[in-house]
Design a protein around this ligand. Structure first.
Ligand SMILES: O=C(CO)COP(=O)(O)O
Ligand SMILES: O=C[C@H](O)COP(=O)(O)O
Ligand SMILES: [Zn+2]
Ligand SMILES: [Zn+2]
Length: 332
């Protein structure tokens, strides 16, 4: 049994309270390997931003759970070594069972998501409450994120064709009965680099897809029902066209690439949205740089020579997000 305090980590409680009051959002960046973690820590230390390190089930399968949590422990020491002690949360992304949440909590996670959004409402309440009861009864309070509403697209092998927007009438009951610390909602975002089908979008003069606006009306309704309660947005990559173009230029494909416009993410960050999840943008940044190195330096076969530039680009991107989109820079 390892407590997150021993790893130098914090839960989301205080971070969300400050983000709510200060009208910004905490970045939640996924990591699966060393280079992603280096980029995240470097970017957040240099911008003095708190950060949520997210580990998915897929990451645990890919990288090994023991390695990942020890990397997170290393991240807290690394941040100090870089010269600034930022608050770091280790968070389970899309936990799908009580057993998995318990395993993570007992191995040092400071926060977990229990994603019962695909279950019938009462089952979602029951499962989420079980996780909350366990998390909150630890010696050191572990925070829990629940979810209401289903994002369109792929999520943990579950494919939903359409958005099922969060029902504002349900949120008060859900939060009261489960005791969750934050709530992920569905207002039109989705996972991956193709967030809308072309027929849901219009095109601008350059032929670039312009997505429909997020349902800020639903978000506002939720804020009215849950004043001051931290809201989470998944699927919030903006899918920068510069990276899509580089990927295409060097032989890759990102069909129908379209993300959430930054302006809408800024608006969300200034609202009750306290946590914004970003993974796909980082994948695009790294892939763009790796493809470029492979194409321009075909004889290079030292992984550091292509993973290094990919890492540096990722750091640049996350610094930009903290400074210019989420507003978390300078808040650590
Ligand atoms: O929600 C996410 C992780 O939980 C990531 O979303 P993106 O695919 O938009 O980056
Ligand atoms: O929610 C999705 C995150 O981007 C994690 O993705 P993953 O399940 O492929 O690791
Ligand atoms: Zn979900
Ligand atoms: Zn997600």
């Amino acid at each position: 049994m390892v407590s997150y305090k021993d790893l130098g980590l914090v839960n989301t409680k205080d971070l969300f309270a400050k983000a709510m009051a200060g009208k910004y959002a905490i970045p939640a960046y996924n990591f699966n390997n060393l280079e992603q973690l280096q980029a995240i820590v470097q970017a957040c230390v240099e911008t003095k931003s708190p950060v949520i390190l997210q580990v998915s089930s897929g990451a645990r399968k890919y990288a090994n759970a023991t390695l990942l949590r020890n990397m997170a422990k290393g991240a807290t020491e690394y941040a100090k070594e870089l010269g600034y002690d930022i608050p770091i949360v280790l968070h389970l992304d899309h936990g799908d069972s009580l057993a998995l949440c318990k395993e993570c909590i007992e191995s040092g996670f400071s926060s977990v998501m229990i994603d019962g959004s695909h279950l019938p409402y009462e089952e979602n309440v029951a499962l989420t409450k079980q996780v909350v009861d366990f998390a909150h009864s630890q010696e050191h309070y572990v925070t829990v994120e629940g979810e209401l509403g289903i994002l369109a697209g792929i999520e943990d092998d579950v494919v939903a064709e359409h958005h099922t927007y969060t029902e504002p009438d349900e949120v008060e009951d859900f939060v009261k009965r489960t005791g969750v610390d934050s709530l992920a909602i569905s207002i039109g975002t989705s996972h991956g680099a193709t967030k809308f089908t072309p027929d849901q979008c219009t095109r601008n003069a350059d032929g670039v897809l312009v997505p429909p606006e997020l349902r800020f009306d639903i978000l506002e309704e939720i804020e009215k029902r849950l004043p001051g309660f931290p809201i989470v947005l998944h699927g919030s990559s903006s899918v920068p066209m510069e990276y899509v173009r580089i990927i295409e230029q060097f032989g890759g494909k990102v069909p129908d690439a379209v993300g959430i416009p930054e302006e809408q993410l800024r608006r969300a960050a200034a609202s009750a949205v306290c946590k914004i999840n970003i993974d796909s943008d980082g994948r695009l940044a790294m892939t763009a740089m790796i493809r470029k190195v492979f194409a321009e330096q075909p004889s290079e076969f030292d992984p550091r020579k292509y993973l290094g530039p990919a890492r540096d680009e990722l750091k640049k991107l996350y610094m930009y997000k903290n400074q210019n989109v989420l507003g978390s820079a300078g808040k650590a």
